[in-house]
Design a protein around this ligand. Structure first.
Ligand code: GLY
Length: 358
């Protein structure tokens, strides 16, 4: 039996304790792909200092665009089949409902900054190829060589191993350049079949008042055909932000994310009331059940490629899910989160255990 004093204390505590729905969200919030730990940290610092969430997201993503050691984004990205680095990026700003994107952009290491200028200074959403480069030059960007020595050696190795019927000879395994060895250790030996062969950074951010933004940037599929465009610069595929609902993005096989309108579908599922993590899982279920092309399925009929979806909602709830539990190099698939507490990696939810059975 409670004393009157205990009863009063319990009632006061019950009144003071917020319900789940009332609990103050941990805003600002930034969620990114697993390579984006430094990016979310930067984005949070910028938002805590009062920056708009899109500026914060772009400044976060720029860390990887400028980093030659991430071979899936910006400077140092793996080139196309002709040895040319072609970058794709998009940005979307919830409060204004506007978006901008560039695709197949050569020579400019920060495509997401060019994408923001497309959004802010033109009537268009997407500029591609030489037109995007001309636009970037007009805004003062100076073209540079984006192909690093390591990426050049990796591309050459890929060419040498492409076919037994051409004039290129495969190097002896014992003669492999250390840079190529290092690349194979990190990204896998078979860039066509291996789920590791798609990089990309996505970052969704929620500002102090729940205002939303997102940014996705990539050098795209390794050794892609010149002019190939993935999901990253396609609004609704690699990125979608609705200020009244949430923001979502994707990494992984861009062709699947385009076919299933991955990011837009995630936002629509959140609009219907799904938690961000469940919205991500449902998008992946649709990709898994809708992929019927045999060359894209493993022995058990599951997608043989990787896709990961990231989502936040306007209340500061967040989640991420991946088709496969384990990355190609045997670690659990993770995504990056930063809020008022800390910047950290968390495990993605997933559809399938392990790796595809090829
Ligand atoms: N998701 C990046 C790409 O497919 O280009």
């Amino acid at each position: 039996m409670l004393t009157r004093r205990e009863l009063l204390a319990t009632s006061a505590a019950a009144l003071a304790a917020p319900t789940l729905a009332q609990r103050a969200p941990k805003l600002p919030l930034a969620v990114a792909s697993g390579n984006g730990l430094r990016c979310v940290q930067k984005a949070i610092e910028r938002m805590q200092a009062g920056a708009d969430p899109l500026d914060a997201a772009i400044d976060g993503v720029a860390i990887l665009e400028d980093d030659p050691t991430d071979m899936t984004v910006g400077l140092g990205g793996v080139p196309n089949e002709e040895g040319v680095v072609q970058l794709d990026a998009s940005v979307m700003h919830g409060p204004s409902g506007r978006a901008g994107a560039v695709a197949s952009l050569e020579g400019i290491r920060n495509p997401s900054r060019v994408a923001k200028l497309v959004m802010e200074t033109t009537d268009h959403v997407l500029l591609v190829g030489p037109g995007a480069l001309r636009f970037a030059r007009m805004h003062g960007f100076t073209p540079q060589e984006l192909l690093t020595e390591k990426a050049r050696k990796v591309w050459l190795y890929w060419k040498q191993n492409l076919s037994a019927r051409d004039k290129w000879l495969e190097p002896e395994p014992s003669q492999l350049d250390p840079d190529v060895r290092d690349f194979i250790r990190e990204y896998g030996a078979d860039p066509f079949r291996d789920p590791r062969s798609y990089g990309t950074v996505h970052l969704s951010a929620a500002g102090r008042n729940g205002e939303l933004a997102g940014c996705t940037s990539t050098s795209g599929l390794f050794f892609k055909m010149p002019g190939r465009v993935g999901d990253s610069p396609i609004i609704g595929a690699g990125l979608y932000t609705d200020n009244g609902v949430g923001s979502a993005g994707a990494t992984g096989r861009g062709e699947a994310c385009i076919l299933f309108c991955a990011a837009h579908t995630a936002v629509e599922l959140m609009r219907q009331g799904k938690h961000p993590k469940d919205a991500c899982l449902e998008v992946l279920r649709r990709i898994a059940s809708g992929t019927r092309d045999g060359r894209l399925l493993d022995r058990k009929g599951r997608p043989s490629f990787g896709v990961t979806i990231y989502a936040i909602d306007r209340r500061g709830e967040y989640g991420s899910a991946s088709l496969w539990a384990v990355s190609g190099w045997g670690k659990p698939r993770q995504f990056a989160v930063a809020d008022s507490g800390s910047a950290r990696l968390e495990d993605c939810a997933y559809l399938f255990e392990g790796n595809p059975e090829l």
